[in-house]
Write a protein that binds this ligand. Structure first.
Ligand code: ATP
Length: 316
């Protein structure tokens, strides 16, 4: 009898596990239904590419958090060759904008345009070469450093051989990214394996490989999420130098943490609660005395060395 009740007990456990699993499966299906159709990709391969970026009246929430509206009618335009810095309090929606441009997600309302055409119309591979992303936590794959830089641009990725960057291209990108010297010092140079079983690289080294990966594409548009605290001071300086070089003469949308980037940007867009709170140049925004001015004041209170941020007496 005891064994019978144990059997029933076990059966009960199986049932509750099963119904939990069914419930979970329901949720998964529900989430899949909500997942935007990011897999769909267009075929557009335009002959010319200026690199204008337009985020127009975008409303967005993450599929997994339908109750949290992340962007509420947000619009930002980055003209060809312009450097636009996104700043603002944590959680305001800056990274989400970049993810929408990268087509990781599709907005609920509004549009994301590249050269005035919806981003989804473009051939995805083509677009990935023209619009490059350098994120704060770059992913390196279990393959050589050379192939990590080339990621997505090899013959096996469907590229015609003449379009695959040469080793000289890889090396040039690595030099610009301040990565060439440390790569050469590794046991197998550019053929050194990365990943779990390969060489362990520091945060700054990974970031520089990610910059080289972006540069080898010679992208017209660069999406940049500047590192905050992941790097030590030495590697921060070399990474920053590489980033400054990378930003030259292209369209750049940068989530800016560094004061120098913010100050040098052609335009600063302050994002707060999923909306543009204000925009303008550093001086214009300081003068306006709004959110940006108070962000700067707060930075100054924390780091008095940033006093150069305030207008000099002659320009005040
Ligand atoms: P930070 O400066 O801290 O990077 P941010 O301005 O870039 O912040 P986002 O990362 O865009 O802000 O986040 C906006 C909101 O979306 C936050 O409330 C965040 O918790 C939420 N969020 C971000 N990523 C996801 C995700 N993958 N799933 C669900 N919610 C998310």
């Amino acid at each position: 009898q005891q064994s019978l009740s144990a059997a029933f007990q076990a059966l009960g456990d199986v049932f509750s596990a099963l119904s939990a699993a069914v419930g979970a499966a329901d949720k998964v299906i529900e989430l899949m239904k909500r997942q935007p159709a990011v897999a769909e990709t267009g075929t557009l391969v335009p002959a010319a590419f200026a690199g204008k970026l337009t985020v127009q009246d975008v409303v967005f929430h993450y599929p997994a958090r339908p109750t949290l509206r992340v962007l509420s009618g947000l619009s930002v335009v980055v003209n060809p060759g312009e450097i636009v810095a996104l700043v603002g309090p944590s959680g305001g929606g800056k990274s989400s904008i970049v993810k929408l441009v990268e087509r990781f997600y599709v907005p609920e309302e509004g549009r994301v345009l590249i050269d005035d055409r919806p981003v989804g119309e473009y051939d995805r591979k083509w677009l990935k070469q023209r619009v490059a992303l350098v994120s704060q936590e770059p992913v390196l794959y279990a393959r050589s450093i050379r192939r990590n830089i080339l990621y997505g641009l090899e013959e096996q990725d469907g590229l015609p051989p003449e379009e695959v960057p040469t080793f000289a291209d890889v090396e040039e990108a690595a030099r610009l990214a301040n990565a060439h010297d440390f790569i050469c010092a590794l046991p197998d140079g550019y053929e050194t394996e990365c990943g779990e079983k390969g060489v362990q690289l520091s945060g700054g080294q990974k970031q520089r490989i990610a910059i080289a990966r972006a540069l080898v594409r010679r992208p017209a548009v660069l999406l940049l999420d500047e590192a905050t605290s992941a790097l030590d001071a030495d590697s921060e300086a070399v990474v920053q130098e590489a980033l400054d070089r990378t930003m030259k003469s292209r369209t750049v949308l940068v989530i800016a943490h560094r004061l120098s980037t913010v100050q040098d940007a052609h335009r600063i867009v302050v994002i707060q609660h999923g909306q543009v709170a204000e925009q303008g140049t550093h001086d214009q925004l300081l003068e306006a005395g709004g959110t940006y001015a108070s962000l700067v004041r707060r930075q100054l209170a924390r780091a008095p060395s940033a006093a150069g941020l305030l207008p000099s007496p002659s320009s005040a």
